[in-house]
Design a protein around this ligand. Structure first.
Ligand SMILES: [Zn+2]
Length: 229
């Protein structure tokens, strides 16, 4: 009995909290692949209209399905959503889709994980139009220190670092600038184990990886109505 319970729990409790991953493996918040045919029954997942896959007719047709998924108790975030000036449909549709998704995230009391490529000005306008935005995580953070500093003015924004942290020395400084209650880590589409990212961040922040893991889980749980175990 005990063993069964532990085994069940292990599918929910990641060794290291991965706030954004595209492969459905064990642990972390996995992004349900579009067109969201099946809802994972037990596993935590996230759902969002990625700007790369956004199309006008499709967006309106799939809103109801999105709502259905996002209200599931094991759907932990609207992810990923965002703005991309280099790829994706026209700006107006991207803005409309993001605004709507942020409103739904706010209603559901769950965070939104953002993909932002050359769209910071638009994002700020969307936040303003939404009024009270949900907690947002800037995923795949490759922001230089001066841009991180400017974005810290938004108290509802966290930052998630992935594989780039191992390759780009300037990101170490960006990471050090962020108050620790707004830090997250992710693998995104990388095959690198999430533990490698925690190990690197632990070196940068002079902390133990396990302490950082407890920190990111606490950070997440603080910002959601659907805490992870
Ligand atoms: Zn992603």
């Amino acid at each position: 009995m005990e063993a069964t319970r532990a085994a069940e729990a292990s599918t929910f409790t990641p060794s290291f909290f991965d706030c954004h991953r595209h492969s459905p493996g064990e642990g972390g918040l996995y992004v349900l692949e579009e067109p969201w045919k099946q809802r994972p029954e037990k596993q935590f997942f996230t759902v969002g209209f990625h700007p790369w896959q956004l199309e006008e007719a499709d967006f309106y047709a799939r809103k109801a399905r999105f709502r259905e998924l996002v209200t599931a108790p094991n759907c932990l975030a609207v992810s990923e959503c965002g703005l991309d000036r280099l790829r994706g449909p026209k700006e107006a549709l991207q803005v409309e889709a993001l605004s709507w998704q942020l409103q739904v995230a706010q209603e559901q009391g769950i965070p939104a994980v953002l993909h932002v490529v050359r769209g910071q000005d638009l994002l700020q306008a969307v936040w303003k139009s939404v009024g009270v935005p949900p907690f947002c995580v800037w995923h795949g953070c490759t922001l230089p220190p001066r841009r991180v500093e400017a974005l810290l003015a938004y108290p509802f924004l966290g930052f998630s670092f992935g594989e780039a942290l191992l390759r780009q020395p300037y990101l170490e400084e960006s990471l050090r600038l962020i108050p620790e209650d707004r830090i997250f880590f992710e693998t995104d589409a990388s095959a690198l184990p999430i533990s490698r990212i925690y190990e690197k961040a632990a070196m940068v922040l002079d902390r133990a990886p396990i302490e950082l893991n407890a920190l990111t889980i606490a950070n997440w749980n603080l910002r959601t109505s659907r805490p992870i175990l």
